[in-house]
Design a protein around this ligand. Structure first.
Ligand code: SAM
Length: 270
C-alpha cells in the first residue's frame, strides 16, 4: 500500500491526507476555490431533497455545503480514499465513506449530482464511467480539475519568481505522472464529457492572475507536502526548493499566479 495516499495500486495521490499538515493545505485549497465551486453548484440548482455524491471530499467543505443545501429531505454521500482530513460538521443527511473511485463500486442511478474537485487526475479512467453510472437520468456531473497551463499565460517570461514557479510546477506534475496520475486531465474534461454522451454541457475556469496571500499560502503548503518526494525522485534539489520557499515569503513578489480550476458540468441523458 502506498504510504501517502493509502491506495492499494497506482495511480497514487502523492499529497496524502494523513500527515499533520495535510488538513491545513486542504483548507487553504477550499479558501481559494470554494466561492467559484459554490456558485456553480447553486447555478445547477442544488437544493432541498437532492441526493449528492461528493467524490474525494478531502477536508469536507463542499460536502458540508451540499448537506446544508440538500436539507433533511436530501442525502450526501462523501467519499475519499483517505478520510482522515474530513472535518465537515456531522449531519443526519451526510454519510462519510472510505472509497476508491477508481476501484470500488457505487450505487447506480442514485444521485441528482456527482461532484469531484481535484480528484480525477489521481484516479483510474474507469472512475468517470462509474461517476456517470451513479447519476440518475437527468442528473448532473460536475468535475473540476486544476491546470497549470492557463496559469503560465498570466506570468511574464522574464519574471524570476515565475520562472522558478514553472520549474516547481513541472516537478510536481512529473511526480504526479510518476505515481500514475494525469496532471493534464483538466483541459481534456470537455472532450471526455462529450465523448461520454453527456448533455447540456457548460463550464467556467477560475484563477487568480497574481500572487495574493492566499495563493502564496496554498502554494507553500503544497510544496512543503511534496518537497521530500521531489528531491528523492531527483526532480529538483533541496536548495532549489528552498529558494522557491524563500521567494514565496517575500512580500513584494507578484508571482506565481494561482493554478487554474477548470470546472465542467453536464447531464446524464434522460
Ligand atoms: C487535492 S484533494 C481535493 C479535496 C477536495 N475535493 C477539495 O477540492 O477540496 C484530492 C482528494 O482526492 C482524494 N483521492 C485521491 N485519489 C482518490 C481516489 N482514487 N478515490 C477517492 N478519493 C481520492 C484524496 O485523498 C484527496 O482528499
Amino acid at each position: 500500500m502506498c504510504p501517502e495516499s493509502r491506495c492499494a495500486a497506482p495511480p497514487c495521490y502523492p499529497f496524502g491526507n494523513s500527515t499533520p499538515d495535510a488538513g491545513a493545505r486542504l483548507a487553504l485549497l477550499e479558501d481559494l476555490y470554494d466561492p467559484a465551486t459554490r456558485r456553480h453548484l447553486d447555478a445547477l440548482g442544488v437544493g432541498p431533497g437532492w441526493r449528492c455524491l461528493e467524490v474525494g471530499a478531502g477536508h469536507g467543505s463542499i460536502a458540508g455545503y451540499l448537506s446544508d443545501r440538500a436539507g433533511p429531505a436530501g442525502y450526501v454521500l462523501a467519499t475519499d480514499i483517505d478520510t482522515s482530513a474530513f472535518v465537515a460538521p456531522q449531519a443526519s443527511n451526510l454519510e462519510l465513506r472510505t472509497h476508491d473511485i477508481g476501484a470500488d463500486a457505487l450505487p447506480e442511478s442514485a444521485f441528482d449530482l456527482v461532484h469531484a474537485r481535484a480528484v480525477l487526475g489521481f484516479a483510474r479512467e474507469t472512475a468517470l464511467q462509474s461517476m456517470i453510472a451513479a447519476l440518475k437520468p437527468g442528473g448532473w456531473l460536475m468535475l473540476e480539475q486544476m491546470s497549470s497551463a492557463p496559469t503560465e499565460c498570466f506570468e511574464p517570461a522574464d519574471d524570476a519568481a515565475a520562472a522558478l514557479a514553472r520549474e516547481v510546477r513541472r516537478a510536481i506534475n512529473a511526480l504526479i505522472l510518476q505515481r500514475g496520475g494525469d496532471p493534464g486531465l483538466g483541459l481534456r474534461v470537455p472532450r471526455l464529457f462529450r465523448d461520454a454522451g453527456l448533455s447540456d454541457l457548460g463550464g467556467e475556469s477560475f484563477s487568480v492572475p497574481l500572487r495574493t496571500p492566499p495563493v502564496a499560502r496554498f502554494t507553500l503548503a503544497t510544496v512543503d507536502l511534496v518537497r521530500d518526494q521531489i528531491v528523492g525522485a531527483g526532480l529538483m534539489t533541496a536548495a532549489e526548493i528552498d529558494r522557491y520557499r524563500a521567494l514565496l515569503a517575500e512580500p513584494d513578489q507578484l508571482f506565481p499566479a494561482s493554478l487554474c480550476m477548470v470546472s465542467v458540468w453536464g447531464r446524464r441523458p434522460r
